[in-house]
Write a protein that binds this ligand. Structure first.
Ligand code: ES4
Ligand code: ZN
Length: 319
């Protein structure tokens, strides 16, 4: 029995496995610039975040209908369930779809076809988090938030993702104020490739409750102290960090030092189809390669539920 856990950092578009990508391409008459799944997998050799994002956005071309998004989410939920995931807070990138002529309704209603019956079908409770692309303008983010208004009963929070360096959190201050006024929870990617100052800014300018990645906080002891004192959870993604070369090898990952420092760490999969593993695979990797004890793994799993947006009673049932 895998350890029950909550996944708090998961981009649904990053769960698109090569087999499903080709199936959806055929169904929608989309031609991919790869001969087959083997050739596509050969493109999964990334140099940094941007080189990954290029492929991530390219493959989204196969996602066109509500059923495509439902199939994508159901495939993820089945895999996650097999790895002990009991609760998933799922990011989606509407701007990447709106730009291709796929509407907010198609994306949200499609995902909901899977999420609405996820507890019955997969034993996983879910939340949806709408992410803004930080390499697009703040105006575009505001328009996107506006387009989401009819679907706010299905959306728990907002996040900030895509190319980090050069796109500081403060650019989205107004957008996050508007999101908070709508009752949405707030998270943001910060300190993945970007400097520790972006983590501070995400807390102070955006009011985030959780930091996605946050890895580079380790370069600033005063920031670590603050994150510990304020019990700000970090959603770490160890296999992602290796594949995007944020760390040299998994053995160099600062997770053990972060736990020793008292940070509220969680372990997540980010874009599992691209980075070599789902939530349980990330837990197994940090267990075997970083030598984390069973107690540490249980601490990570407990943190995942505590850091989630589940209500207390739901949280007790989930773990
Ligand atoms: C992402 Cl790993 C990562 N970082 C930033 N934005 C993203 N979108 C999808 N995966
Ligand atoms: Zn991410």
């Amino acid at each position: 029995m895998p350890l029950p856990k909550a996944e708090l950092h998961l981009h649904i578009e990053g769960t698109l496995e090569p087999e499903l990508a080709f199936e959806l391409a055929a169904r929608n008459g989309v031609t991919l610039p790869y001969a087959d799944t083997d050739e596509l997998r050969k493109a999964y050799d990334f140099e940094d975040l941007q080189s990954f994002l290029n492929l991530y956005y390219e493959l989204m071309a196969v996602l066109r209908t509500e059923q495509d998004f439902a199939d994508l989410a159901n495939a993820y939920l089945a895999r996650a369930a097999a790895q002990g995931v009991r609760h998933a807070e799922i990011f989606f990138d509407p701007q990447a779809h709106l730009a291709r002529g796929v509407s907010m309704g198609t994306v949200v209603e499609g995902l909901w076809r899977a999420l609405g019956s996820s507890e019955e079908n997969h034993g996983i409770s879910t939340r949806l988090i709408l992410c803004f692309l930080r390499d697009e303008s703040a105006e575009s983010a505001l328009r996107t938030l506006d387009a989401a208004r009819p679907y706010l009963d299905r959306i728990t929070g907002v996040g900030l993702d895509s190319a980090e360096v050069g796109h500081p959190p403060v650019k989205f201050r107004e957008v996050y104020e508007a999101a908070a006024a709508l009752g949405l929870r707030r998270v943001a990617h910060a300190g993945e490739e970007g400097p520790p100052a972006y983590i501070t800014e995400a807390l102070d300018a955006l009011g985030v409750e959780r930091v996605d990645h946050g890895l580079r906080c380790m370069e600033d002891p005063a920031l670590v102290e603050r994150l510990v004192r304020e019990r700000i959870p970090l959603t770490l993604c160890p296999l992602s960090n290796v594949r995007l070369r944020t760390v040299d090898t998994l053995a160099d990952h600062p997770l053990p030092a972060m736990l020793d420092a008292g940070l509220v760490c969680t372990v997540n999969s980010d874009d599992p189809a691209y980075f070599g593993g789902y939530a349980g695979d990330n837990f197994a990797a940090v267990h075997h390669t970083l030598g984390l004890t069973e107690d540490r793994l249980r601490e990570l799993a407990r943190n995942s539920f505590l850091a989630s947006f589940l209500e207390d009673d739901e949280e007790r049932r989930a773990r």
